[in-house]
Design a protein around this ligand. Structure first.
Ligand SMILES: Nc1ncnc2c1ncn2[C@@H]1O[C@H](COP(=O)(O)OP(=O)(O)OP(=O)(O)O)[C@@H](O)[C@H]1O
Ligand SMILES: [Mg+2]
Length: 497
């Protein structure tokens, strides 16, 4: 008996000219928590799709529990105990928790008639595997992302899972929920189940993983135990370069204008009595737990919601935004946290997605797009943010998750803005790109842009902002200069009560 649950050798997968996987190896032992890391577009999701039988590899072998395959069907993968928790979680939103848990199993068993008793048994059995308490009659659409995830995990366990694969499971859940997810993962491990975990968050991967495999451009660059890595080595393996983050030094210029002032702003069920101001060249952080009202506040400044009371001033002039377009016209840009869903046209070209907010600037005299100008601008941002694209005319769908994120940033950065609000600017983005985004943000601030960064990544706030506001239950409760503030004190401010 092999002590590997899976052993992948020399797997290749090409998409046209793109070598997504160029002969990779990956070995996961039974009951091991294994982290798969690498820059955006290095092939992580592709190898997962190969393991789950979704993609047929162009070369190489997959050995599962001693059996060797050159290709795998999705059913074979399931039969071998491989389960993937995708980011969309593949749950049925309009069905109850009970139905979601039981349905696959009953369909697989060829049952046509629904027995409530049987459904109940299956559902309870599923939940007991991870000690998850939830109302079985609740519609899944009413659950938090974290609970939906736990439904998906319990359901996966019904199929005698031996390997559970999670592709960036922590991007949309709170820190507390991450802690709970990690407890569940460790429990799975105690039951002998292996977990393959993909995440771009450094502190997380070091906390949870025992073994690492790092890819760069579809090839292996490292595999070994966590003890052989530290942050510096990890970043080096991933990016192939040394990265030194420069802290943000803000020196207020004489006569710096206040570009944004928010006075007593209130949105029912969102936030109440929020006041703050922002000068050109500043990078202001807003932190607080998910659900603290930080996103609603940003969206209101961006014209997506109309406040119930309070005022917004831009360059000293009172503004009333009836729409997002009004805000854009006044020079406000907003990069949302759920970037894939909200702001991209997946079936349109990369070039169109990046240039869409700017079409008026590109429009020629007769309203035609000036092709050269679009192309130049798109290429400029592709370079500036190191977006990994085959061809800018390919559809958005061909991009990896992180590279799609960067396109949204590019789209906003290419506008001529006064105020740029970044909500979770580096969620899902790899380490190298993260530093590129930080560097670019600082450069734009130095040129006079006023920036707001909303984030629960305390380190991100401290190293990029000169000032930080803490939001709790819809209210701005603290305001601090970041100079001299340490991580522990700032997290304490954010999570109190
Ligand atoms: N269906 C597809 N068609 C064309 N190219 C694709 C397709 N799927 C992936 N690619 C390309 O293959 C490469 C690897 O993509 P993959 O999604 O595996 O990256 P990833 O490591 O998961 O990145 P991220 O961290 O950004 O999610 C990328 O260059 C991507 O553009
Ligand atoms: Mg991916």
């Amino acid at each position: 008996m092999s002590d590997n649950i899976i052993k992948i050798k020399g797997v290749k997968k090409y998409f046209g000219g793109v070598k997504a996987l160029d002969g990779v190896d990956l070995e996961i032992k039974k009951g091991e928590i294994h982290c798969l890391a690498g820059e955006n577009g290095c092939g992580k999701s592709t190898i997962i799709n190969v393991i789950s039988g979704f993609y047929t590899p162009d070369a190489g072998t997959i050995e599962i529990d001693g059996k060797t395959y050159t290709k795998l069907t999705t059913q074979q993968a399931i039969d071998e105990g491989i389960q993937v928790i995708y980011q969309d979680l593949s749950v049925f939103p309009n069905l109850t928790v009970r139905e979601n848990l039981a349905i696959n199993m009953e369909v697989a068993n060829g049952k046509k008639f629904v027995s409530r008793k049987r459904y109940n048994e299956i559902a309870l059995q599923a939940l007991s595997k991870i000690d998850f308490k939830v109302d079985l009659d609740e519609n899944v659409e009413n659950l938090t992302v974290a609970d939906k995830q736990l439904v998906a995990i319990s359901r996966a366990l019904l199929n005698n899972a031996k390997l559970i694969i999670m592709d960036e499971p922590t991007t949309a859940i709170t820190q507390k929920e991450v802690k709970n997810l990690f407890k569940v993962i460790r429990d799975l491990q105690k039951q002998g189940i292996a977990v393959l975990f993909v995440s771009h968050k450094l502190d997380e991967v070091f906390e949870i993983a025992q073994q690492f495999t790092i890819f760069r451009s579809g090839k292996n660059v490292f595999s070994g135990p966590t003890s052989e890595l530290d942050e510096k080595k990890f970043v080096y393996y991933m990016t192939g370069r040394e990265i030194n983050a420069e802290p943000f030094v803000y020196e207020e210029k004489a006569g710096a204008k206040t570009v944004l002032e928010v006075r007593h702003l209130t949105l029912t069920n969102g936030f109440a009595d929020c006041s703050f101001s922002l000068k050109e060249g500043e990078i202001l952080g807003i932190t607080g737990l998910l659900g603290s009202g930080r996103t609603e506040l940003a969206e209101t400044v961006f014209g997506r919601h109309q406040p119930d009371s309070g005022e917004i001033y831009i360059d000293g002039e009172k503004v009333t935004f009836h729409s997002v377009q009004d805000a854009i016209d006044k020079g406000v840009g907003y990069v949302p946290a759920e970037r894939n869903i909200q702001s991209l046209f997946m079936d349109q070209s990369i070039a169109n997605n990046i240039s869409i907010t700017r079409w008026r600037d590109h429009a020629g005299r007769f309203g035609f797009m000036k092709e050269k100008s679009v192309e130049d601008s798109v290429n400029h941002w592709v370079r500036e943010l190191s977006i990994k694209v085959g061809n800018i005319e390919d559809t958005m769908r061909t991009l990896s998750g992180g590279n799609a994120q960067k396109c949204v940033l590019a789209k906003w950065l290419s506008l001529d803005l006064k105020i740029l609000i970044l909500n979770g600017p580096t969620v899902g983005v790899d380490i190298g790109a993260k530093y590129d985004i930080y560097k670019l943000t600082k450069k734009l601030a130095a040129e006079g842009l006023a920036v707001i960064i909303i984030s629960d990544d305390i380190r991100e706030i401290l190293s990029n902002c000169n000032r930080v506001l803490v939001m709790r239950q819809g209210r701005l409760v603290e305001e601090r200069q970041t100079a001299g503030l340490d991580e522990a004190s700032l997290s304490a401010l954010a999570i109190e009560y």
